[in-house]
Design a protein around this ligand. Structure first.
Ligand SMILES: Cc1cc2nc3c(=O)[nH]c(=O)nc-3n(C[C@H](O)[C@H](O)[C@H](O)COP(=O)(O)OP(=O)(O)OC[C@H]3O[C@@H](n4cnc5c(N)ncnc54)[C@H](O)[C@@H]3O)c2cc1C
Length: 293
């Protein structure tokens, strides 16, 4: 089906013009990669009067490396994140998650920020960014920018801490000093399917090889992507080992909240967490030690 007619289509080149259009009222909707929005428009589940296209806005497609953080603009695509050398070297969990999004066509267009703003609990991107301790930059016409921790931003399902006239302008990822590593394990019905359960792990080791910290983000869990705080507390300061990772899996499985849906039962998802947490931690630690590419 074709979408209903869009009364007003704008493709500004300046961020300020995007914000002014969103603030003007009415049914203005932003389009980035269009990989989620276009199917909704075509099925006529959604028919905004105004579409504001981000694709020509200057400066939103960059990945900037600062000494303490990486800033990824709102138009950074999945494929760009998957192949960027700094993302691969220092935020491996994100690169590994991004390459598992759908197929190359979707990855070439779809954006990280669009994935977060849609609030889809089966997103591959949200759990990876939760593991990295990411935050979201949000702009609004005539107001100061606000920066929201991703864990607070995701309200879900399909709901986030974002007003209709606000725009996600960038994602900020803290860069940790020393030995760090990450891994992403995705379980779907078939390869590159929507997430049934996924685990993103990001770890840092101290000079003695102990876990300075480990962060775990889960995807596929309704109502929203989640951190595993109790398992993270268990891991901090400990020497990595298979029994410790198995214990973390059990603690994480007990702590998550999820529901059954058409993809899997809540019980099956919980069991998958028990199994995938040790796998992701083992790979992340090997990467931090330089034992795994
Ligand atoms: C066939 C197919 C398979 C897919 N498989 C996967 C998969 O395996 N894993 C996965 O994670 N994803 C998957 N996706 C979704 C894909 O990752 C999308 O790219 C992503 O969900 C949305 O990004 P987008 O840039 O395309 O957003 P759009 O479709 O342009 O927008 C999505 C929503 O976010 C809003 N939005 C977009 N950008 C911003 C912004 N900067 N600020 C505020 N609001 C914004 C829009 O208004 C809209 O409501 C798949 C999509 C398709 C079509």
């Amino acid at each position: 089906m074709y979408p209903n007619a869009i009364a007003h289509y704008h493709a500004p080149t300046e961020l300020a013009d995007v914000l002014a259009l969103l603030a003007a009222g009415g049914e203005a909707k932003v389009i980035a990669g269009g990989q989620t929005l276009m199917p909704l428009l075509k099925s006529r589940l959604y028919s905004p009067a105004t579409l504001v296209d981000l694709n020509r806005v200057r400066g939103l497609g960059a990945i900037e490396e600062h000494p303490d953080r990486l800033v990824l603009g709102a138009l950074v695509r999945h494929q760009q994140a998957a192949t960027h050398p700094v993302v691969r070297a220092r935020c491996r969990v994100l690169a590994s998650a991004a390459i598992k999004v759908a197929d190359r066509q979707v990855r070439n267009r779809g954006t990280l920020a669009g994935s977060l703003a849609y609030g889809d609990y089966t997103s591959d991107i949200a759990p990876a960014l939760l593991a990295l301790g990411a935050a979201v930059r949000i702009a609004r016409h005539g107001a100061a920018e606000r920066v929201v921790d991703l864990d607070a931003f995701l309200v879900g399902p399909f709901e986030c801490d974002l007003a209709r006239e606000e725009l996600v302008t960038a994602i900020e990822i803290p860069l940790e000093p020393g030995a760090t590593g990450g891994a992403y394990v995705k379980i779907g019905r078939v390869a590159h399917d929507r997430v049934t359960v996924s685990v993103g792990a990001h770890v840092a080791l101290d000079g003695a090889g102990r876990l300075r910290f480990a962060r775990l983000g889960f995807g596929g869990l309704s109502p929203r992507a989640q951190r595993a705080r109790a398992a993270e507390e268990l891991l901090a300061g400990r020497t990595p080992s298979a029994p410790l990772f198995a214990e973390a899996g059990a603690v994480a499985a007990n702590g998550v909240k999820t529901r059954s849906d058409e993809l899997a039962s809540a019980e099956y998802r919980t069991q998958l967490i028990r199994v995938t947490v040790p796998q992701s931690l083992e790979r992340a630690v090997r990467r931090a030690r330089g034992d795994l590419a």
